[in-house]
Design a protein around this ligand. Structure first.
Ligand code: EPU
Length: 309
């Protein structure tokens, strides 16, 4: 414990020496504050780079020192274990990374912009195609990394190009054809950091866009929980949607500690208050074991699981 703290004190100092004073650096940052499920232990170092040069400096130092790092969005698809993360958590929430610019019919957004804000900006500008992002409680960087989708839409369907930084700090602009993209994943963003994106939209009336967003929002509020969660916990297996499977297995409402399978939707695990990451992970294992034993179906988590027990 003491070793980890001393290590991170020195590391935070070393990082501070390499970046501008506008970059935020914190030691022992509780990651429960940064995940929508509200669980998770501390990161040795938490850093919000002020700009691309500072981000490159952080990545380079991590490379030279062989330090683990993790790019955090808004923590909506993430479970951090209770022991936290031994390394550097990098969050692109600074203003420099959070801009949304309209260049009709294109939209340019930084990785740190909120998906919902982008959807609202597009609506105001009369640009259609990103309405489904209205209900995704994450950042644009997270939506790209996860190829987030909802209501029949998927992030990469509307992407024209993505600005990425490799872990040596080099920047490139990639088209979707140059990236490896699949259902709920973009493998290219496992070894690159998304800095921003250009979406190609279609002009439409504000009323039409508004109506579509309203129907998405109504569907979401009537079928998904409002309590803290990490969104859908499992990818949908080919045979049956995970939520329906868990429902059919009679597992809605199942509880371990403060973690519960939502009564509204079987593929959401909610924090009833006071849940630990272990409660959530144990509940995941219970659901996977039942799905396997009773229906022969492998449930594979959609969420990212980070850190140590
Ligand atoms: N269903 C049940 N019981 C339940 C939940 C669902 O019977 O408890 C049934 C529904 O009636 C429906 C089917 O299962 O017939 C599918 O349910 P739903 O329409 O809610 O969609 P989903 O496949 O469970 C997907 C995405 C969601 C997205 C919704 C809405 C995945 C894993 N999930 O859910 O995305 O919001 O569609 O478009 O692909 C996420 O990825 O985090 C997420 C929440």
């Amino acid at each position: 414990m003491t070793v980890a703290l001393e290590h991170s004190t020195g590391l935070a100092g070393e990082l501070a020496a390499r970046v501008s004073s506008a970059t935020v650096i914190r030691r022992k940052e509780p990651l429960a504050r940064h995940t929508t499920l509200r669980v998770g232990g501390p990161a040795d170092v938490y850093i919000e780079p002020a700009n691309e040069a500072d981000l490159a400096a952080v990545l380079k130092l991590c490379g030279v020192r062989g330090l683990q790092f993790f790019i955090l969005g808004r923590g909506s698809n993430l479970i951090v274990r209770d022991g936290g993360f031994r390394g550097v958590v990098i969050c692109l929430s600074a203003p420099e990374f959070s801009r949304v610019e309209i260049e009709a019919p294109r939209l340019r957004a930084g990785a740190g912009a909120k998906s919902k804000e982008l959807a609202v900006a597009a609506k105001r500008a009369g640009l259609s195609g990103v309405e489904f992002l209205e209900g995704i409680p994450g950042s644009i960087g997270g939506a790209l990394r996860m190829n987030a989708g909802a209501m029949g839409g998927e992030t990469f369907n509307v992407v024209e190009s993505v600005r990425v930084m490799d872990f040596a700090g080099n920047i490139r602009e990639l088209t979707p054809a140059e990236m490896s993209v699949s259902y709920r994943s973009c493998a290219t963003l496992k070894n690159h950091v998304a800095l921003g994106v250009v979406f190609r939209c279609a002009p439409a009336s504000r009323e039409e866009i508004e109506a579509r967003m309203k129907s998405f929002s109504e569907k979401r509020w009537s079928s998904q929980p409002a309590a803290p969660s990490a969104g859908c916990m499992f990818k949908n297996p080919p045979a049956i949607p995970a939520g329906r499977l868990i429902d059919e297995l009679g597992l809605k409402g199942a509880k371990i500690g403060g973690a519960r399978v939502s009564l509204e939707h079987g593929n959401f695990l909610v924090n009833d208050g006071g849940a630990t990451a272990k409660d959530v992970l144990d509940l995941i294992e219970l659901l996977r074991a039942k799905a396997k034993a009773e229906r022969g179906i492998e449930l594979s988590p959609e969420v990212e699981i980070l850190g140590e027990d």
